[in-house]
Design a protein around this ligand. Structure first.
Ligand SMILES: Nc1ncnc2c1ncn2[C@@H]1O[C@H](COP(=O)(O)OP(=O)(O)OP(=O)(O)O)[C@@H](O)[C@H]1O
Ligand SMILES: Nc1ncnc2c1ncn2[C@@H]1O[C@H](COP(=O)(O)OP(=O)(O)OP(=O)(O)O)[C@@H](O)[C@H]1O
Ligand SMILES: [Mg+2]
Ligand SMILES: [Mg+2]
Lengths: 166, 164, 164, 166
């Protein structure tokens, strides 16, 4: 299982739909300061279920929607995660060689979630990834400037990572 | 469950024993539980680096702290490969030698886990499978393009040595 | 005293008006007091970067935050040059273009202030007056040696492009 | 006025006396991870009067004394700051073209301070630099990993830097 691509529309500094292809091996994201690299990681953590504005580097969730100056009015932010599911990992979706997870957020505060175009709840997406030990705070996702966090947190908090692994 | 935690800890430490000395020659690292009962215990890290007397983790330098975390991360992934691993400028404090060692360690886990890494470091860029460029040619608007290594070299003077 | 604070603030903002756009083309930055009475007020920073709607400073990227602080620091030193300025890897999050801009800004204040900078960045090393090497050949024991640029280039592959 | 050189003995990873020359212009300190670069900055902040173990990255002040394995027993840590004072800046020392500030710390917890070989108190050294707006926390000294601190502290704390400047 791996991320085939990510589609972002209206989320942070991405007003126009972009399609971001990833390799099953190692993909490096490069570019000037402030160009939008960490925003891509925010998009991935958001679709995995991140709910904390602080951890998404915004004051309120409505700041996730593109706020720059363009003609077009942007009403919602949407991120799609397209996952390669061949060979299958989830029993429930064993007939789908590709799984599309979608999260949308409107200016009025409402959110929508989809798995393969079917509406679902945030919990459904979170449970899906929990099976694999993946969540927005898992040890395998390290945000900018946070690399030493594992050493600086309390022993009890550190143990949670070991439990994720077990 | 108790047995599971103890078993996993043992496996991680076996891997850590192998990985840590590739970064800190002659060094040793071990994760230990702070209490006999794994369900209530915390997790501590004991490190030995030859010639250094590390009484607590705060004595480590900025780069050494990042390297310890990288060694633990790789050991975790060798015990249980998660589907993906996403790292945002974890190499920012590394010197040249250690950034080359870092990308070598990533190669160890890439067979079973997808790796996405955000970096400004040319030593890392030249060893990955795909390079994705992000730009803001239009002010405030992010766009994505895939780049080839030789194109990157043309644009940046310090990438001159990327050509293998 | 009140007048002194207001006067100094005015001077800093004049310099910031000049320095900030050299890092963020077309940008503007201003330090403002949060209260009319300078003795009880706090100090806020207002920034404008073309095409970006910066509602609060946390929206800035890692590199953009460092660049803002650097712009303010240089403005402070242009208003009142302190005897020295010591910076430990403040360039770690900067891309190549901005690290070159950073060292240019340091040249602006070096006439009146001594600058000591700790860095791993070859773009910075090639523009300084003196290079000091620190090594731990004997485990755990730091030694100092002065190095010439060409010697440094021999030892590190990614410094090849340092030769002007 | 500028720092001509720094002499370190027994402080952190420097068991043998080292002499570190600085240029009046820009000096870059380079070297591998963990080789002792930030320890040099700690030595400078310590001699300027830093007293907080946390800000010196140790648990107790006795951790400042070299703790590695060598034959020789290290009983104290000593740092000397040799300052160029020509043209003079301090009225009191106008006849000294060079000023040597020394700080020493013994394992028993005692500290000694000297200005040009004459014993003094820590306060005397702190006052000397205060005139110039220099202290271990001044805006012109940025520790590793702390570059964004100025933006992240409260407006009231930020104003202190402006007052230093005024
Ligand atoms: N809702 C939004 N609308 C428009 N732009 C936004 C929004 N939220 C954040 N941004 C912009 O995104 C930019 C930051 O992007 P990001 O943090 O991804 O940069 P980066 O490429 O990681 O840079 P660095 O290399 O410095 O870390 C900021 O300049 C910010 O103004
Ligand atoms: N009292 C002490 N005795 C001996 N060694 C010490 C003492 N205190 C700290 N050290 C050692 O100093 C080293 C850290 O040095 P320092 O933080 O200066 O590294 P650095 O050159 O800044 O590295 P980086 O490039 O990773 O930031 C640690 O490995 C630590 O063990
Ligand atoms: Mg970033
Ligand atoms: Mg350091």
């Amino acid at each position: 299982m791996f991320i085939k691509r990510l589609e972002i529309y209206g989320f942070k500094s991405f007003p126009y739909k972009v399609n971001i292809p990833f390799s099953p091996g190692i993909t490096a994201i490069v570019g000037p300061n402030g160009s939008g690299k960490s925003n891509i990681l925010d998009a991935i953590r958001w679709i995995l279920g991140e709910q904390s504005p602080k951890r998404l580097r915004v004051k309120e969730l409505s700041d996730l929607i593109f706020a720059g100056n363009i003609q077009k009015k942007i009403d919602f932010a949407e991120v799609k995660l397209i996952i390669n599911h061949d060979p299958p990992v989830w029993e429930k979706f064993k007939d789908f060689p590709e799984i599309i997870i979608t999260r949308r957020f409107y200016r009025n505060g409402e959110g929508e979630f989809f798995i393969n175009q079917k509406p679902c709840r945030l919990k459904d997406i979170q449970f899906l990834f929990l099976d694999l030990g993946v969540n927005p705070q898992s040890y395998g996702i390290i945000e900018q400037g946070e690399v030493s966090k594992f050493l600086e947190i309390s022993p009890k908090e550190r143990k949670i990572f070991l439990e994720d692994l077990a | 469950s108790k047995e599971k935690i103890l078993d996993t800890l043992e496996k991680v430490n076996t891997k850590l024993k192998e990985i840590f000395p590739t970064i800190f020659p002659g060094g040793e690292a071990k994760l230990i539980l702070t209490d006999n009962n794994p369900l209530v215990a915390g997790l501590d890290l004991n490190i030995k680096i030859p010639g250094k007397n590390i009484r607590h983790l705060n004595m480590l330098s900025g780069g050494e702290k990042a390297l310890c975390v990288i060694a633990i991360l790789i050991s975790f992934y060798l015990v249980k490969p998660g589907p993906f691993c996403i790292l945002d400028e974890v190499d920012a404090s590394l010197d040249e030698k250690n950034s080359i060692q870092f990308i070598k360690l990533l190669q160890l886990i890439k067979k079973n886990s997808q790796i996405i890494i955000i970096t400004h470091n040319p030593n890392i860029m030249k060893e990955v499978d795909t390079l994705l460029g992000v730009t803001m040619e239009e002010k405030g608007i992010s766009k994505i393009f895939t780049i080839k290594l030789d194109q990157l070299v043309k644009e940046h003077q310090s990438y001159q040595n990327l050509i293998k």
